[in-house]
Design a protein around this ligand. Structure first.
Ligand SMILES: Nc1ncnc2c1ncn2[C@@H]1O[C@H](COP(=O)(O)OP(=O)(O)OP(=O)(O)O)[C@@H](O)[C@H]1O
Length: 235
C-alpha cells in the first residue's frame, strides 16, 4: 500500500570517514508504504547509510529528514544475524517485549503483553515463548529480532542484511510477513541485501550504491547485467 506521503528524505547526503569517502550527494525520497531494496557490493556504505538514517552517525554533508516531522516516524531495526550467548537470561517472550518496558513501568501492561503474544504468533514463535533466547536456533533468533522490531509498531522498518544467514524457507517466511504488514499497514521497508532474487521478489524500488555514486529506480531496472557489471568492475 504505497501512498504519496513522503516519510524519509535524504538531501545531498554525504559521509566521509577520516581519509575515506563513503558516499556523496545522495538524494532520495521514500514514501510511506514503499518497499525499497538497498544493494551494492561489500564495503560500499549500505550499513553506514542505515546508521546515518537512524541518526547514529552524523553525516558529513546534507541531512536526513523524517516527514512530516521526526515525531511521526517510528523506526524498527533488524540487524544482521548476531549470536546471543547460550546462557543469556531472557526467554523469547521477554526478549521480544524488551523495548516496550522502560519509561513508565518496569513491567508490561496487559495491552503490551497482548501485543507481544500477537507478534509472537505472527512471527511463528508462539510455541517457543518460554525458550531461552540463547538456546533458540539462528532462524528463531532472527524471527525474535524481527518480532522485537515489529512489536513497537514501526512505520519504517530497516532490515540490515537481516535474512543473510537464513535458509530459503525461513527467509521467505520472514519476508512474506514483512510484505504482508507492508501491504496492510503501509509499513515502509528498507531491505539491505546482497540477495538480488529476494530484492526482486519483494521490493518495488531499489537504491544501488557504487563507489562512483548511486542509482535508483523501479526494481525491474535492477537487471543482472547491472549487478554483474558493478561487481565485475571491482574484483
Ligand atoms: N566508524 C567507522 N570509521 C571508519 N570507517 C568506517 C566506519 N564504519 C564503516 N567504515 C568503513 O566504511 C566503509 C563502508 O562500510 P559499510 O559497513 O557501511 O559497508 P557495507 O556496504 O554495509 O558493507 P557489507 O556489504 O560488507 O556489509 C567500509 O570501508 C568500512 O570499513
Amino acid at each position: 500500500m504505497t501512498t504519496t506521503a513522503p516519510i524519509l528524505k535524504l538531501d545531498h547526503l554525504g559521509m566521509t570517514f577520516p581519509g575515506h569517502p563513503v558516499f556523496n550527494d545522495l538524494n532520495l525520497t521514500i514514501h510511506r508504504g514503499e518497499f525499497w531494496s538497498i544493494v551494492g557490493e561489500n564495503g560500499v556504505g549500505k550499513t553506514t547509510l542505515m546508521r546515518t538514517i537512524l541518526h547514529q552517525l552524523r553525516p558529513t554533508t546534507g541531512r536526513v529528514h523524517y516527514l512530516p516531522t521526526s515525531s511521526t516516524v517510528r523506526i524498527g531495526y533488524v540487524p544482521q544475524f548476531r549470536n546471543i550467548d547460550a546462557d543469556y537470561p531472557l526467554s523469547i517472550r521477554d526478549f521480544v517485549g524488551l523495548n516496550l518496558t522502560g519509561w513508565k513501568l518496569p513491567w508490561l501492561s496487559r495491552r503490551e503483553r497482548a501485543r507481544v503474544t500477537d507478534i509472537l504468533a505472527q512471527t511463528g514463535l508462539a510455541q517457543l515463548v518460554h525458550r531461552p533466547i540463547g538456546q533458540a536456533s539462528g532462524g528463531e533468533k532472527q524471527k525474535a529480532y524481527l518480532a522485537q522490531a515489529l512489536v513497537e509498531r514501526p512505520n519504517l522498518l530497516i532490515l540490515d542484511e537481516s535474512t543473510a544467514s537464513l535458509d530459503p524457507v525461513t527467509k521467505t517466511e520472514l519476508l512474506d510477513l514483512v510484505q504482508k504488514i507492508n501491504q496492510q499497514m503501509a509499513l515502509t521497508v528498507l531491505f539491505v541485501t546482497h540477495d538480488i532474487p529476494m530484492a526482486r521478489r519483494y521490493a518495488e524500488q531499489f537504491l544501488m550504491l557504487t563507489p562512483q555514486g548511486s542509482e535508483q529506480g523501479p526494481i525491474a531496472q535492477l537487471t543482472d547485467q547491472k549487478v554483474w557489471h558493478e561487481e565485475a568492475q571491482h574484483v
